[in-house]
Design a protein around this ligand. Structure first.
Ligand SMILES: Cc1cc2nc3c(=O)[nH]c(=O)nc-3n(C[C@H](O)[C@H](O)[C@H](O)COP(=O)(O)OP(=O)(O)OC[C@H]3O[C@@H](n4cnc5c(N)ncnc54)[C@H](O)[C@@H]3O)c2cc1C
Length: 404
């Protein structure tokens, strides 16, 4: 009998962490492992708001996959998954077809448009490394055009749809970068308007309300205007239509950035696995219901807490899932069918507000702000690098510049 074949789809936090854990735990002849990803690099998704604002170079966020994997143990295939068929145990890629004995689906998230007309066509986003790059270039081009046309009769208006975690982190970076953008393109800062439209009555819904308040005040002091309780109804090329308590208004936009929703990868919908808009309610051992050989992890997995609430998908949870998934695969390779159950260990959450401040909930819900939160955020970012690529990656890509 040949070696069992494990196929891992996606090299985000979920896929790459599963791959590097497996390569540490398995010997050369234990399994044949294939890792499939669209690009030749893994990117640190949690840093994309920095790339999008231009405060961190794109290359810092990207990590070549061949630097992370041992080619004797894992074959990397750069290709795009087009279809998963778990009944036939077949994966269609653009350039080939694969079969597997064990499958790990880690294809991550995509933008949720909530069927808002024009959102897909006219909004910018930062869900992938390429999207973050396009966002930055488009915003820069708006600054360049603003000067070139001499159109100082109307403000240069950047509107962010969504005052959640991602939107707030982006606003922190953007406000840090604003004076550089203005200087580089000869735009007066008073001619730039930054507006955030949020449907909920507070920013960072779901996060601690006091920390949300702090974030909002911090950003308001840096010129961000918040429109809370306001829904985006239509997106056009150069304006959006919003609605608050029945009152409808048009807001002109030089750039409209959507950060208000993610959903599981659409590929899951036609995979044969029971799902809700792509999200798979996985068993305790992270396997898809009804499929003993298929694990679904990361933002494609729906996981419930002990009190019956779904956990919001995060990188922190994804990394923990990947380790349990890898150790369960090792058990299966050894013929042990008593797999481990996944329990999320919440180590706290920190949101950055640019380079000079951050907010977070840590150790048993203690709130943190300012320098302590900045240091903790960097420790989290560096810890992820260490977990993925050890000391070499940490020294190469780590964040060590504490205060700017
Ligand atoms: C700007 C931003 C900031 C964030 N900040 C935080 C934070 O501070 N803390 C936190 O815990 N979480 C944060 N998150 C959420 C976190 O990034 C996600 O929960 C995490 O990335 C999920 O990991 P994943 O591996 O499931 O998916 P992803 O990171 O989306 O990785 C999926 C991978 O699959 C690849 N892929 C997708 N489709 C295909 C296909 N068809 N074929 C081949 N390959 C494919 C992609 O290229 C990618 O490499 C943030 C998210 C964003 C966007």
């Amino acid at each position: 009998m040949g070696k069992p074949r494990i196929v891992i789809l996606g090299a985000g936090y979920a896929g790459i962490m599963t791959a590097v854990t497996l390569q540490k735990k398995l010997r050369l002849d234990d399994a044949e492992i294939q890792l499939i990803n669209k690009h030749a690099y893994h990117y640190q998704t949690t840093w994309l708001h920095e790339n999008a604002a231009g405060t961190l170079a794109d290359e810092r966020t990207k990590i070549a996959i061949d630097q992370l994997i041992d080619p004797r143990k894992i074959e990397f295939i750069q290709d795009t998954v087009t279809h998963i068929d778990v009944d036939e145990k077949k994966i269609n890629l653009v350039q080939s077809e694969l079969d597997y004995d064990y499958l790990v689906v880690a294809l991550g998230f995509e933008m949720e448009t909530f069927q808002i007309p024009g959102l897909k066509e006219y909004s910018l986003s930062m869900g992938t490394s390429n999207q973050a790059k396009i966002l930055r270039e488009q915003v820069e081009s708006q600054f360049a055009t603003y000067t070139n046309t001499g159109a100082n009769t109307h403000p240069l208006t950047i509107v962010v749809g969504g005052g959640g975690f991602t939107g707030v982190e982006y606003l922190g970076e953007l406000t840090d970068q604003l004076s550089n953008l203005c200087k580089a393109h000869n735009v007066k800062q008073e001619n730039v308007k930054i507006i955030t439209v949020e449907a909920a009555p507070t920013v960072m819904p779901g996060f601690d309300s006091e920390l949300g308040e702090y974030a909002m005040q911090y950003l308001e002091e840096r010129g961000v205007e918040f429109r809370l309780g306001t829904k985006v109804k239509i997106v056009k090329r150069d304006y959006i239509v919003v609605e608050k308590a029945g009152a409808v208004e048009e807001i002109p936009t030089s750039a409209f950035i959507w950060s208000a929703g993610v959903r599981a990868n659409k590929i899951m919908e036609k995979s044969g696995i029971s799902n809700n808009k792509g999200s798979v309610k996985v068993n305790a051992d992270l396997r898809a219901p009804g499929y003993h050989n298929v694990f679904v992890i990361g933002d494609c997995a729906l996981i419930y807490s002990e009190d019956g609430e779904t956990y919001p998908p995060t990188a922190q949870m994804t990394m923990q899932e990947a380790k349990v998934c890898a150790s369960n695969l090792v058990k299966l390779m050894k013929g042990d069918v008593n797999l481990d159950a996944f329990y999320f260990k919440d180590r706290g959450t920190i949101a950055s507000l640019g380079r000079k401040d951050a907010i977070g909930n840590i150790f048993n819900n203690r709130k943190t702000f300012g320098k302590e939160a900045i240091v903790l955020k960097q420790i989290i970012d560096n810890r992820v690098l260490y977990q993925i690529g050890g000391w070499p990656l940490l020294f190469k890509k780590g964040k060590f510049k504490l205060f700017h």
